[in-house]
Design a protein around this ligand. Sequence first.
Ligand SMILES: Cc1cc2nc3c(=O)[nH]c(=O)nc-3n(C[C@H](O)[C@H](O)[C@H](O)COP(=O)(O)O)c2cc1C
Length: 337
Amino acid sequence: MSVHCMIETLAIRNLTISPPLALAPMVGLSHSALRTLALELGGVGLLFTEMLSVTRLPQENVGASPFLMRYPEERPLFYQLFVSPGQDVLPAVERLHQLDAQGIDLNLGCPAPNMRKQGAGCFLTDDPEQVRNLVIKLRKATELPLSAKIRLGIKLDEHQLLDFCRMLEGEGVDLLSVHGRLHGEKFCRRPRWDWIGKVKTAITIPVLANGGIFCVEDARKCLEVSGADGLMIGRGAAIRPWLFSEIARDIYGMSTLSFQDSDPLHLEELYLHFVRLLERFRPERRLGRLKQFTHYYCQNYTFGHHLAIAVQTSISVEQAVQRALDFFQESRKAQEA
Ligand SMILES: Cc1cc2nc3c(=O)[nH]c(=O)nc-3n(C[C@H](O)[C@H](O)[C@H](O)COP(=O)(O)O)c2cc1C
């Protein structure tokens, strides 16, 4: 499929997603600050929360919870749920209606050990009938767009994978995000974008391709190989929050702001702006989130690991910011020398 015939808009239920570029759900990263930053830089058409426990969500204090913090501008926003077998999803869905969610996403792809313990994430898919019943319940409980995020399975089995995806579509899932790796595969393995293509041709609901998109060329290649309707970007958006804007401009022909990532002042300003966006979080959360973001953002610098270590070993946000400022000054000096 040629990228020239890509659609720029996805319509699911009453929602329009434009451009079809989504910020992936990521624990500790896909919070209000990164979502806001991506929106300000432009080009992102859909936002996700980090995964939320279906049992804890109804008890979270909306005003104080770092997981639920959100500006009204952060939309369309899908809240991602992880669910263990037998858990009641209805109170969480009710909560999401109150929170003005634009959609609900079901986590069927996370392979983390704590998901294994709870039988949630990708482990829920060990029993497809269980997933079917869950989707039926969710579909009955909400008129909101319902999406699911999957990996490719335990092993490469086209028949099983496509059956599973058809089942999701048949029970009312409106949008499917596919991370092109098997359950046990680490990030160092190349994602199988061609397998996302197999899913795309088997179902009629929109498919977002996910995994390993760090630059415009990756985005172009992934769209070509998978034929997906859009992209979901995770780590690439934490390293380069302006990536959506570049893809929207270069692939979808949209006019977006241009960010000069070769200009050290631009990089510094963006980092400090991110720190300001974190201000609404309590200090201990702020520091953790800053450390996690810096782990990715430092990759914009040749000696970025120095920045990562300096922030990682800080005991307060103030110290982390001062150390980051020192790093920026040193790296500018080195560049000018
Ligand atoms: C720090 C981190 C946290 C993540 N948390 C979640 C999560 O909460 N829910 C989820 O479905 N996937 C989660 N993922 C997986 C990402 O959504 C995405 O599928 C994966 O990073 C591959 O995409 P990428 O190569 O664009 O990063 C997480 C990934 C990372 C790196």
